[in-house]
Design a binder for this molecule. Sequence first.
Ligand code: FAD
Length: 498
Amino acid sequence: MIKNVVILGGGTAGWMTAAAIAKTVGTKNISLTLVESEEIGTVGVGEATIPMISLFNNVLGIDENEFIRETNATFKLGIEFCDWRKKGHSYFHPFGLLGVDMDGISFTHYWYRWMKMGGSPDYTIFNAETQAARAAKFIRTKGETGPKLMPSINYAFQFDAGRFAKYLRRFSEKLGVTRIEGKVDHVKQCEVTGNINELVLADGNSVSGDFFIDCTGFKGMLIEGVFNAGFDDWSHWLPVNKAVAAPCEAATKAVPYTKSTALEAGWKWRIPLQNRVGNGYVYCDQYISDDEAHNRFVNSLEGELLADPKILRFTTGKRKSCWEKNCLAIGLSGGFLEPLESTSIHLIQVAIAKLLAMFPREEISDVMRARFNEEMSADYDNIKDFLIAHYHVTERDDTEFWRYVRNMQIPQTLADRLEIFKARGEALVRQTELFKEVSWFSVLVGQGMMPESYHRVADAISDDELQTRLTNIRNGVKKRIEMMPEHNAFIDQHCRAK
Ligand code: FAD
């Protein structure tokens, strides 16, 4: 029987896992222990999320306003990409819907037709999230706060992941999770099965268990250190391998979106929280030295630094298998795709959801383990292709870095998708993929890839009818934005941190 579950690592991954197991499986029939080392610390970055995080909070039954106050969060409606297609150009990848799908086809086909008729290239006039983001407005229509008839706006959060982990620690400890402070030195394995039996701490104490969750960050102390699971290195497609990061003072008006600006050897993020702005320059050290990156980063900041910039190193890719024997890796120990579309915390959530669905009972099933590994691999793969597209589909050729990513050989799966998109305006998204048609549309069209044709159904209505429908949709978006309060005013009213 699996009775003692041990989580090694207390970063965002460790505490999200502990909280989710404690809340759902409970601590009545299993014991749940988390070991972490303050001396080692956490990666200390990770501020932008995607809308699915609300599902995680809902499963835990967390009050959203309390969560926002505790983590100094702001709302996030999408990402603005500046200088990615070419210098001086920007586009928006919004959460939420673009226009309204009609006659069984995506709205985008009507927009392509409209473009051929001389319509506005700014597709975001049909998307409420972008318009709200640009106007720094926000409303939450679920619960008690919004006019009942207004369609819901899609949002995520920009937050302090360190404070989130602390919040989840309190939450988990209340539900019976035992926390042990200490540095694991080595493990003891069963000689027959190879399973881990015990974590042995540097102080000589040990923690025994039946099932171990490796949340030790990049090094993957158990999944790699003990089981040599192997790593699919994707740096030839996603070459950035370092980030220099530091917070700066809060903006007077925190905007509800993340900004990503392409630089000479990568890109920089700007993520406004309630009490500070998170910043980082993600770069490839083959194309820029650490000193140059540091200087470029510091000189590009809009506000006083609140801490010394620190450099983080990483390799983009994923563990070949995240579940080996009685050890499952969640978080950075399972892989890292770089923070471009804020998918890491989401991948933690995905792994937790799969673990809960397949939670081991009497013994660990090889079939379940294989299924988990296969599904996680597919999730990483799909996101990987989407991220590569951001770099590859560009007009930039002003530095060696951009020339490399523009001309590099891309995965066949992505090449096929781009070919179809270019010819037909369809991204061929599978149901299980995280990024849907609107996301692919926003990024590919935003980066300058205009399809050559559109769906024939979009030609079935007259020009006048098309114009009327689009005008109605556009006016609907405008009206919604007019009714929304300022993003800051909304936070003041409902969830300002004390
Ligand atoms: P860590 O935070 O590294 O935690 C590891 C834990 O393991 C720590 O508690 C440590 O003490 C413990 N540990 C390790 N070894 C031992 C040992 N021997 N004994 C005891 N304890 C041990 N994600 C997003 O979703 N959005 C973002 O915007 C985003 N931005 C990022 C920017 C950068 C530059 C980077 C590098 C990452 C970013 N991420 C982002 C990813 C995000 O930071 C991580 O996914 C998240 O913080 C989870 O990290 P973790 O818990 O897996 O690892």
